[in-house]
Design a protein around this ligand. Structure first.
Ligand SMILES: [Zn+2]
Length: 375
């Protein structure tokens, strides 16, 4: 009897082990994500993402021409209401069905690891999964590193199905476009290869003849709508879009424009998501990632960022998609790093970038494992 019971216990233990193995196999094989859209917006602070508009900055000293009108649009008593007024898609859809990292008030910290806290180092860290001390300026130098887009594009199942759009004209260098082999449309460059497409023609015309506030990038609407039209026409499996106004308006010291460009970025996410859900290839199999390249200073230093402003290393990240458990705004969790986004993206697609590039940050487990599905 005793032996029988031991045998039974051993048999149950063996069965449990097999079940656990197959569960693990299933969770890897059964990932639903087939496509990823990654949007970055330059230098948007975690403070606005999680707390909404900052009252001490909504005034003429911070470049707001009509503080009353701005407050009407963005000032609410609670941080929850303010952030929802600023970024309604993030705080209704993503907070409900996805995950948000970086609210330091709740014990969730996200940061860059490159130590420089400015753009090219931050895009390089995000896109390759590792900080590189050689990337120490915003100069137009071809990136010696391979981005995760180029890595995926090298696989037959992604060949010809990757595209990148950046408001900033340094992106062809960040992606090393001549080597990477996928389209990288940036700055004021027209989108080539769409002869006969009236939408793209109009966008290219507007890029050419709009007034220019900044030499190195147009307003985000032109870049966004170029990417949106590309998405509808070419249906890439992996599309990257970088917006620039949030950084430019902050450097210009115009807090109102900074808030309004933040709100437009959120609106672009909503438009992208709704467009994706209306297309059979994307519906239910597409993940959305949203992140910045760096943070900014606090208080009067909100305009700037960099090595001399340590607070500008803090960032935020958002994930929404079929394999990401709906854990919403994260609290009291281990810190996450900008260097982890690249491997998280590939893990969502069932590819192991971190194994191929061990210097890259590991995937963020909670983003890729179905709730309760991890043995
Ligand atoms: Zn900047």
């Amino acid at each position: 009897m005793r032996n029988q019971r031991n045998r039974t216990i051993r048999a149950i233990a063996a069965l449990a082990c097999v079940a656990s193995l197959s569960l693990h196999g299933q969770s890897l094989a059964a990932h639903k994500t087939q496509r990823v859209i990654w949007v970055m917006t330059d230098g948007l602070r975690w403070q606005e993402v999680f707390q909404g508009a900052e009252p001490a900055l909504m005034n003429k000293e911070n470049g707001v021409s009509n503080p009353e009108a701005l407050k009407k649009d963005f000032w609410r008593e609670s941080a929850e209401d303010r952030r929802k007024a600023l970024m309604p898609f993030l705080w209704t859809k993503v907070a409900k069905d996805g995950q948000l990292y970086g609210n330091r008030m709740l014990g969730s910290e996200a940061s860059v690891t490159n130590g420089l806290n400015f753009s090219y180092p931050g895009y390089n860290e995000s896109l390759t999964g590792a900080a590189d001390p050689r990337i120490d300026s915003n100069d137009k130098k071809y990136n010696p590193n391979v981005t995760v887009l180029e890595w995926l594009h090298g696989k037959p199942s992604f060949k010809g199905k990757v595209a990148a759009f950046g408001a900033w004209d340094v992106f062809p260098f960040i992606f090393n476009a001549p080597r990477a082999g996928f389209p990288v449309n940036a700055g004021y460059d027209p989108m080539e290869g769409f002869a006969g497409n009236p939408v793209m023609k109009t966008l290219n015309d507007l890029k050419a003849d709009s007034p220019r506030d900044w030499d190195d990038e147009p307003f985000d609407n032109l870049t966004f709508h170029t990417a949106l039209e590309y998405l509808k026409q070419r249906r890439p499996r992996l599309m990257y879009l970088s917006l620039g106004e949030t950084d430019d308006w902050a450097h210009a010291g115009k807090y109102g424009e900074y808030l309004r460009s933040t709100q437009r970025a959120d609106q672009y996410l909503k438009t992208l998501w709704e467009t994706l859900q209306s297309m059979a290839e994307y519906r239910g199999v597409t993940a959305l990632i949203f992140s910045p390249d760096h943070g900014r200073g606090v208080g009067s230093e909100w305009r700037s960022h960099g090595q001399k402003i340590p607070e500008s290393k803090y960032i935020w990240m958002a994930f929404l998609g079929p394999d990401t458990p709906a854990l919403g705004e994260r609290a009291n969790i281990a810190p996450v790093k900008q260097s982890q986004i690249a491997a998280t993206l590939t893990a969502l697609l069932g590819e192991d970038y971190h194994a191929t590039v061990p210097a890259s940050g590991a995937p963020i487990d909670d983003v890729i494992h179905p709730a309760g599905g991890r043995p």
